[in-house]
Design a protein around this ligand. Structure first.
Ligand code: SF4
Length: 328
């Protein structure tokens, strides 16, 4: 595109997408032409004069959903934003669908065909808001299913089930319900901490990770715990922070249960995971990972259990960050 005279200013991929769409005869034609050129994931909402266009990539990696309220239509990436607005869900955009919204009506203008879909399974595991529903499956239910699957496959005799808050809470509740071991808030999250793994520099990630978890001493001393988490990315938070804080507070044993398989490869579809060599599980067995992080026990959900918990066949799910195989 640069050879054709285009200039780029932002460093963001959306600028490339916008310029490709602008090459079309109209928005729908532009989105279709853009979709022929780009490989991967997108979910677009385009505000134009008097109309809104929304488009989901043909593999449906990312969620995008239509809602309504008193004759108004709303389109957003996550349905949690409907709740306080008093909107109800109309439906998710279909894979490859382009819609045009005008006033209180929407119309499907095009469906870009694809022989297969690849829903990002990490949305349900971690990325999405727990109050959202994606493609008919509430995120909260998905997380409880994942926790319950861990309890069935990897039971452990402990006094309490805890979570890495907040995204591990749903998994931990599922584990607790299935195992009949009570859930307790072993850690609470410092309200002003942001997601440590999305921070751009190592120093910022370390700072966020350190302040994020506040242990509750009365719930830890003299007890054995199983801690549920959504995923292990670099493993530094569990190793240098969570385990250290639990041991300092007199924990008897620490077991960890992780809602997805070990992360082994980066995401090529827009989620800010780390490069292979930064991922804790890269090149390590589960046993080595357990020793590295100073845990007494460690287990991860299998791909089959993940697929069952999400109620979707494995072939319809993107699992590239666990398999290191990319279908798109
Ligand atoms: S690689 Fe992982 S995070 Fe990226 S789209 Fe696939 S499942 Fe989601």
């Amino acid at each position: 595109m640069k050879k054709q005279g285009h200039s780029f200013y932002s460093g963001s991929d959306i600028e490339i997408i916008a310029k490709l769409i602008a090459l079309g005869d109209d928005f729908v034609d532009g989105i279709e032409k853009m979709a022929q050129k780009v490989r991967g994931a997108y979910a677009l909402i385009i505000l134009s004069r008097g109309k809104i266009y929304a488009a989901r990539d043909k593999h449906a990696f990312r969620p995008i959903i239509i809602g309504q309220k008193e004759g108004s239509l709303i389109v957003t990436s996550e349905s949690c934003s409907f709740i306080n607005l008093g909107c109800t869900i109309v439906r998710d955009l279909k894979p490859g669908e382009i819609i045009e919204i005008e006033g209180d009506k929407f119309e499907t203008k095009k469906i870009i065909p694809s022989p297969f879909v690849q829903y990002c399974s990490f949305e349900w595991v971690y990325t999405a808001n727990v109050a959202s529903t994606i493609d008919g499956l509430p995120v909260d239910i998905a997380r409880r299913n994942l926790g319950a699957a861990l309890a069935r496959r990897y039971p452990v005799n402990v006094d309490v089930v805890g979570a890495v808050p907040n995204s591990g809470i749903g998994h931990a509740i599922g584990y607790a319900q299935e195992s009949k071991i009570s859930f307790d808030a072993v850690f609470i999250k410092y309200d002003y901490a942001s997601r440590s793994y999305t921070q751009p520099t190592q120093a910022e990630r370390d700072r966020e990770a350190k302040i994020k978890l506040i242990p509750v001493p009365a719930k830890i001393a003299g007890r054995s715990v199983v801690i549920c988490d959504d995923s292990i990315v670099r493993g530094t938070q569990m190793k240098n922070d969570l385990v250290v804080k639990l041991r300092k507070n007199g924990v008897k044993q620490i077991h960890a249960r992780v809602a997805c398989p070990p992360l082994k490869a980066p995401c090529m579809y827009g989620v800010a995971t780390r490069s292979k060599k930064e991922l804790a599980a890269h090149g390590k067995t589960v046993e080595q990972l357990k020793e590295y992080m100073g845990l007494d026990g460690l287990a991860f959900n299998t791909l089959d259990d993940l697929s069952a918990a999400l109620g979707k066949p494995l072939c319809d799910l993107c699992t590239s960050c666990w398999t290191d195989q990319y279908k798109v």
